[in-house]
Design a protein around this ligand. Structure first.
Ligand code: MN
Length: 369
């Protein structure tokens, strides 16, 4: 019996590892070899996977391929994951929204002959950078794990949803590269740590979307010497007190659970200001109500200018992705998605947000179950 389970996993892993056949990796290798100027990009408001996968891949390109490679992002790297970007990369990570010289970024994109698009399925996810990438005539390669990618704009794609993260997909691709030859200890140190970080945040520290190939990756990276304890301490043990106090307030005073098992919390600007909440500091809040037995879906709304940012998490059998698409102008993964709720368009006024969630999840969960 035990043997069967091991064999089954071994087969699945093998299947997953075979992301693309050998000729695709050879082709990718050829494309990288002939490229002179490479630009990597990820989705706006980048998360741990976006930064982990891109920094991990960029260091392969610069350290082992001696390429001119830079990362261009619409928004800054959030504070909680900035530890994976080495100081020496300050000139190689270009942030559009905070750039003094936006033209420099436009010129970089224009003059690149190869563009890697990581951790998103549609160029619109690059926000203000989208027109520049659309106009670029460079070869564009997608490496991503979101469902339903818009493949029409990419010349090549490594798109797969049966992996934990883009960081994991990059890891398997790199392992197949000749310089690495399936030996994780040959990965640049920064790449190894960045990839493990990206995978850790996208799986919520091994709680969601963990595949046999995900554990293979973790195992290989630990064996290669990556300091996982150090990464976990940086990710999860250095929050500001305000964040934890806001979480307590929300769970005590703001959490609503509907009859259908949808839990929601709304953070308005006043509350966020009162607790002096910074960008990215409410990350992870949406997962917490899912721990309640009767809750099958959790929604977090955070007020922005003229709209609410929406995060949705769901338990197995309920599609957060579908709910985000139908009611919240968004999308994402099966059990983790996001979107926007526009004030004056979707709802008349801010105070109607709770009613909107109640009604829409009532409809959604009645049809879904
Ligand atoms: Mn991701």
């Amino acid at each position: 019996m035990k043997c069967n389970i091991i064999c089954k996993f071994a087969n699945e892993t093998k299947m997953l590892m075979n992301i693309k056949n050998k000729s695709d990796i050879e082709k990718l290798c050829g494309i990288i070899n002939k490229a002179c100027k490479i630009t990597l990009t990820v989705h706006a408001r980048p998360d741990g996977d976006a930064i982990g996968s891109s920094i991990g891949f960029m260091h392969y390109l610069t350290e082992l391929k001696s390429k001119d490679a830079k990362l261009v992002i619409a928004d800054p790297v959030p504070d909680n994951i900035s530890f994976i970007v080495p100081e020496t990369d300050s000139g190689n990570v270009l942030t559009y929204s905070h750039a003094q010289d936006k033209q420099e970024i436009a010129d970089r994109i224009k003059s690149s002959d190869l563009i890697f698009c990581l951790d998103f399925n549609n160029l619109s996810r690059t926000s203000d950078l989208e027109p520049m990438f659309t106009e670029s005539t460079a070869e564009k390669i997608l490496i991503d794990h979101h469902p339903e990618p818009d493949l029409s704009v990419f010349d090549e794609s490594f798109s797969m949803i049966e992996v934990s993260s883009t960081a994991e997909l990059i890891f398997h691709i790199l392992m197949a590269m000749p310089e690495i030859g399936n030996d994780a200890s040959k990965l640049p140190e920064i790449s190894a740590a960045a990839l493990l970080t990206g995978m850790t945040t996208d799986t919520n520290n091994f709680a969601n979307s963990v595949f046999p190939s995900t554990l293979d990756m973790a195992s290989a990276l630990l064996e290669a010497g990556v300091d996982r304890d150090g990464i976990l301490a940086m990710l999860y043990n250095r929050y500001r007190e305000n964040r934890i106090r806001l979480l307590g307030f929300l769970l005590d005073k703001k959490l609503v659970i509907t009859r259908k098992g949808a839990a929601y919390m709304v953070i308005d600007k006043k509350t966020a200001d009162k607790y002096d909440i910074r960008e990215g500091e409410t990350e992870g809040f949406v997962n917490i109500p899912l721990a309640i037995e009767d809750v099958c879906m959790s929604i977090l709304l955070k007020e922005d200018n003229g709209f609410f940012r929406v995060s949705i998490r769901s338990k197995k059998g309920i599609s957060a992705n579908e709910c985000a698409k139908r009611f919240f102008n968004g999308g994402g993964h099966e059990n983790a998605a996001g979107g926007k709720l526009y004030i004056q368009t979707d709802i008349k006024k801010k105070a109607d947000a709770g009613d909107y969630i109640k009604k829409s999840t009532d409809i959604f969960l009645t049809q879904d179950i």
